[in-house]
Design a protein around this ligand. Structure first.
Ligand code: DLZ
Length: 163
């Protein structure tokens, strides 16, 4: 995972063994979301999450992501959820609504269910920025970062028995 200035980074020794992780992915801007999904699975593998413990669901667009996350959080028997999508301003007139409602909904789901939900949704001005945040191994990939966040927060939840 790339370390970048100002980014959270991954705590040393983070170990996802035994965790069950949900992934919600939007179909809009599928070529970008596919790259984020690659990042999610790369990170979960690096953190020793068993591929058999990863449950993935697809939703139409980023606006539907909170609903998908809630379904997994309440009925998916998961320790945390990772959400991936891409909202690109240049291609949508209601960018602010879709992006804002997605972020607001994701936060609401994690606070009301007690299941951590990581926000791996790109909100960019154009496709070039989206490509730059969904790079391959060694580059910047927000899906990869969000997957590590999901593992970290799932372990925090287990530690305190929250949720
Ligand atoms: C409608 C729409 C638009 C214009 N743009 C995007 C986008 O850039 N990224 C995305 O994930 N979804 C977009 N959507 C679809 C909405 O998220 C949603 O699926 C529809 O409004 C139907 O509820």
């Amino acid at each position: 995972m790339a370390a970048g200035t100002g980014r959270a980074g991954v705590p040393e020794g983070l170990d996802g063994r035994g965790l069950r992780i949900g992934v919600v992915r939007a179909r809009w801007n599928a070529h970008i979301v596919e790259r984020l999904a690659d990042g999610v699975h790369r990170a979960l593998k690096a953190l020793e999450v068993d591929p058999g413990d990863v449950v993935e669901v697809e939703v139409p667009g980023s606006f539907e992501i909170p609903f998908g996350a809630r379904a997994l959080a309440t009925a998916g028997d998961v320790d945390a959820v990772v959400c991936i999508g891409a909202v690109i301003r240049g291609e949508t007139t209601h960018y602010d609504i879709v992006a804002g409602e997605c972020a607001r909904g994701v936060q609401q789901v994690q606070l009301t269910t007690g299941v951590p939900v990581a926000f791996g949704v790109l909100t960019t001005e154009d496709e070039r920025q989206a490509l730059a945040r969904s790079e391959g191994p060694g580059g910047h990939n927000v899906g990869e970062e969000a997957a590590a966040v999901a593992v970290e927060m799932a372990l925090l939840r287990r530690r305190f028995g929250a949720g």
